[in-house]
Ligand binder design. Structure first.
Ligand SMILES: Cc1cc2nc3c(=O)[nH]c(=O)nc-3n(C[C@H](O)[C@H](O)[C@H](O)COP(=O)(O)O)c2cc1C
Length: 199
């Protein structure tokens, strides 16, 4: 059975290192699974405002996002840290999607029981590692199964040669192992656990 992962960047920036890290990981996983990449244009949500919850253009977008999350066996997040915190784009996306079951009871929490691999890239020394505990708390709160292992890429701009990342072989192997182990975790969980209901 072919498994599917949803890749989500916490940055909307065109030349985002977090998007590049996801692209790099998708190459590492090539042939092992299907990868659906959620682009910022697919999100297109305003800053969360409960007064906007009944707007059909927003609920349409939320339903499409819900469908894509539900279709995957696991989510790989790559996020920058902004002043040691999660960027508002990612938090906003999660907040909106988490509201859909409250807006329309046909929908369940799509993050529940879904494996999540947390990754981060930054141009600083921390590699975005300060954002990871915030992301772990957020997805843990939503009931996701957050993998213990994480991927953090420091000084991302220095590793980027204009066309791709150039890593030390040991680091490269560690990225690949972490990604493949996450896929093993996703494959080990039965699909029915992801429906959000008890059989
Ligand atoms: C508002 C803001 C806050 C930032 N705070 C941090 C930080 O706390 N730690 C860090 O290492 N880099 C920080 N940076 C630098 C980011 O690591 C860098 O801009 C990175 O490229 C952002 O990720 P992206 O390339 O995926 O957009 C910050 C950047 C911005 C715009």
């Amino acid at each position: 059975m072919t498994h599917q992962l949803l890749f989500v960047s916490g940055s909307q920036r065109r030349e985002s290192h977090n998007q590049r890290l996801l692209n790099y990981l998708s190459q590492q996983l090539d042939g092992h699974c299907v990868i659906d990449i959620l682009m910022p244009a697919d999100v297109g949500l305003p800053l969360f405002d409960q007064d906007l919850e009944d707007q059909p253009d927003i609920t349409d977008r939320l339903e499409k996002l819900h469908q894509r999350i539900n279709a995957c066996d696991g989510i790989v997040i790559a996020t920058p840290e902004y002043n040691g915190q999660l960027p508002p784009y990612l938090k906003n996306l999660v907040d909106w999607v988490s509201r859909l079951p409250r807006i329309d009871s046909r929908f369940s929490n799509p993050f529940f029981a879904r494996p999540v691999l947390l990754c981060s890239a930054s141009t600083g020394w921390s590699g975005g590692a300060l954002a990871i505990p915030h992301a772990r708390a957020l997805f843990g709160y939503l009931g996701s199964i957050v993998a213990g292992d994480t991927i953090c890429l420091p000084y991302a701009d220095e590793a980027w040669d204009g066309e791709g990342y150039v890593f030390e072989p040991g680091f490269d192997a560690q990225l690949r192992t972490t990604a493949l182990q996450f896929l093993t975790l996703c494959a080990a969980l039965p699909r029915m656990a992801l429906t959000g209901t008890v059989a």
